[in-house]
Each structure stands twice: as C-alpha cells, then as structure tokens.
Design a protein around this ligand. Structure first.
Ligand code: SF4
Ligand code: SF4
Length: 386
C-alpha cells in the first residue's frame, strides 16, 4: 500500500463532492472502502476524470490518482476497446492528426518540427496547439519560438486512460530526445503538457529534463512588465473562464494566473458556479472510464451549459484540448456562447487580428469522429498494451 493509500481515512468527502457521481455520504464511504480493498467499484465505470477529487480530499490521499491506478490494472487485464484508438497519440488516424490542415498550417508544423531548438527558450506546442497552429503566430512567437512535433507527445491521454506502460515509454523517449539539446526553458501554453512535464513524467515515471518548465501566463506577464509587449487595444468585454483538469492538478496559483492575464488585457473575468478546483470536465477525460462517445458528449454539454449560464459575452479557455472538445460537441449539439482561446484575446489586445479556429476545427473533428471513430464501435477487438 502506497503512502497515498495510507492517507485515506475513508471519510467519503471526495466522492460526496464529486459533481458526476451523486453519491450520498454512506455510499461514498462504502465505495471508497471498496477502492482501498482493491474491489470493483461503480466509480471506475462512472468517473468523469475531472481530477477535482484530488483537491476535495482534505488528507492528501489523491483519490483521482487511485482511480487512474485502478484503470491501469483493469486495462492491463482486459485491454481497451478498439474504439479508444482514435484518442491515442500514436494511432493513425487520431483526434488530432485527423484534422484537415491548410498549406500554411502544414508549413508551421514543418518549421516547428525541424532539427535543433531555434532558441534557448521555446514554446512546447503539444498536440492541442499543433491542431490549431495559426494561434501560435504573430509578435509573441517571434520572441518565443515554437519547437515541437506530434511525436513529441506528452502522453497525457495515455496517463488519463491509465495506460501507464505507455507513459513510462514516453518518459524514456522524451528524456532521451531532449537531453543535451540546449533548451534552457520550455514554456507551456497547454496545462496538460505543463503538468505532464513538470509533475507526472518526472515524479512518477522516471523522466529527467534539464530545462526549466514555465507557464505561458507567467512568461507573458513578465514580458509585459518588462515592456516587451504593449496592450494597444484593451478588451472591454466580459469573459467566463473554463479551467482544465490539469490546471486543477497544477493548483490554485496556476488558475489565478490565467485570470490575472485576462484581467491585464482589460477583460472582466466571470466564474461559472462550479469553478476552479471544482470546475467541470470539458468532456475528453470523461471518455476514459468506458471509452464512450456518449459520456464525452454528456460531460461536455454539462460544461457548456455552465458557461452559457454566465452573463459574460464570451467563454474563454487557455487549454486547447478543452477548446477542441467543447467546440466539437457544440458543433453537434447546439448554439451557445462563443468560445475563444486565451491566445486569441492576448493577440487581439496586442493589436493583432488572430484567427478564430475553434468552430472550424470542432466541425472537422466531428466529421473525423463520424468517419473514423464511430465505425470502431461495431468492433469487438480489444487493444492490449504492455
Ligand atoms: S480519498 Fe480523501 S476525501 Fe476521499 S475518502 Fe479518502 S481521505 Fe476521504
Ligand atoms: S475524478 Fe472527478 S468525476 Fe472522477 S471521482 Fe473524482 S471528482 Fe468525481
């Protein structure tokens, strides 16, 4: 039994506060006992993977980590259904590489994926910015060049699904790739990439990185304070913010910095009713329990409704993965409040006219899912990982 498991007092607090399971205290205590005894639990079938319970636990017992560990054991035993392949970074096609890319976007992929790092401080794009590469252009990225490729994936989806062998392999691969490359500082826009490189890969899977890991909001606010950028077009609008699961794991100071950045641009930042540590899943992680498109859509609709309930004029997220998930479900389901990426607001405030890729990418992803992912629902094949 690990230290985290020992810390569990079986109080049930984490599951009582979960916004997806709807457990009574009695049931929460009973199910957590089952988890501690290594028995099957309803949690493993219904968890939306939002990671909030780690913040809810007053004893630092990491209930979300233990759900992942249980999924890892389940998947090692039974494998995962073939339909999950569309969400896996090295399957082809998958939910990122299946997107249609313009010639301009492909040229950016090629430029960013070349040889040695273009500077000592670079931006790690991760699959989410690679899916929307035009967001990472303009004045900021002349100073902060992007360096990365799809195959330098942070392995976040493997981790969220509990495929720990694949995460371990990614940790070794990334350690070897970056060793001695001369990167001094790696800046992350994507909270998933940041949490994987900062905490998960080195802390649990043996990765070693010889560069400093920074977050874009910190980097940009510091550059703004040094006078390297100027807000020439302050935004006088209200935005409601959606936080990512990895932001919850990175902690409150990380989430507050995202708001500070938005306020510096001139926006009034609104919160959803369940926000920050209690925020809702964009849908993507909700597919990790049963690998079900219906679970993903239900979780995304819940998050979209929370954003639409706000009086703010637009919804904003700093996570490209959340943006793509929410836009995909919005494309299928209903109209609602416009969604933007933080980079769109930053670049607008700097006087640029950035692209607004979310709706188009969401529609394209919906087509990709219908064409390449849904047919796999008919398959009984299971995928096995080491
Ligand atoms: S994980 Fe934490 S909150 Fe949940 S039952 Fe154990 S001690 Fe209580
Ligand atoms: S990860 Fe989220 S959905 Fe899953 S048990 Fe924890 S709080 Fe509930």
């Amino acid at each position: 039994m690990s230290a985290a498991e020992n810390a569990c007092r079986e109080c049930g607090e984490c599951l009582v506060r979960c916004r997806y399971l709807g457990f009574s205290r009695k049931k929460a205590v009973r199910e957590m006992r089952r988890v501690n005894l290594g028995l099957p639990s309803e949690i493993f079938e219904r968890c939306a993977g939002c990671a909030a319970c780690n913040a809810f636990c007053p004893h630092g017992a990491g209930p979300y980590d233990r759900i992942l560990a249980a999924w890892n054991a389940r998947n090692a035993r039974r494998g995962i259904p073939a339909r999950a392949a569309y969400l896996l970074p090295f399957s082809r096609p998958n939910f990122r590489t299946d997107l249609p890319f313009s010639a301009e976007e492909r040229a950016l992929h090629e430029k960013w994926g070349k040889g040695d790092p273009p500077a000592e401080t670079v931006l790690y794009p991760g699959c989410n910015l690679l899916a929307m590469p035009l967001l990472a252009t303009g004045a900021i990225f002349n100073r902060l060049p992007v360096w990365g490729r799809f195959d330098l994936c942070c392995s976040e989806m493997y981790w969220r699904m509990g495929l720990f062998g694949e995460v371990r392999a990614a940790a070794a691969r990334l350690t070897n790739f970056y060793a001695g490359k001369g990167v001094r500082e790696m800046v992350f826009m994507c909270p998933a990439g940041a949490n994987m490189f900062q905490n998960v890969l080195p802390g649990r899977f043996g990765a070693r990185f010889d560069f400093k890991i920074s977050h874009f909001a910190d980097w940009f606010l510091a550059a703004l304070d040094r006078g390297e950028f100027h807000i020439t077009r302050p935004l006088s609008e209200s935005v409601v913010i959606h936080d990512s699961c990895h932001a919850r794991l990175l902690g409150e100071p990380f989430m507050e910095r995202q708001r500070e950045l938005l306020r510096r641009l001139g926006t009034a930042v609104y919160e959803t009713r369940q926000n920050r540590a209690q925020g809702l899943c964009c849908g993507m992680a909700a597919g990790c329990a049963r690998f079900s498109a219906r679970d993903i859509a239900a979780a995304a609709l819940k998050a979209l409704r929370a954003l639409d309930d706000s009086p703010a004029s637009r919804a904003v997220t700093y996570c490209g993965g959340c943006l793509l998930s929410l836009e995909t479900v919005r494309a299928a389901a209903a109209a609602g409040k416009p969604l933007v990426h933080t980079l769109e607001l930053v670049r607008t405030a700097l006087g640029e006219n950035p692209p607004h890729p979310g709706p188009e990418k969401g529609r394209a992803l919906l087509v990709g899912i219908a064409r390449n992912a849904l047919p796999a629902y008919l398959s009984r094949r299971r995928l096995h990982f080491g």
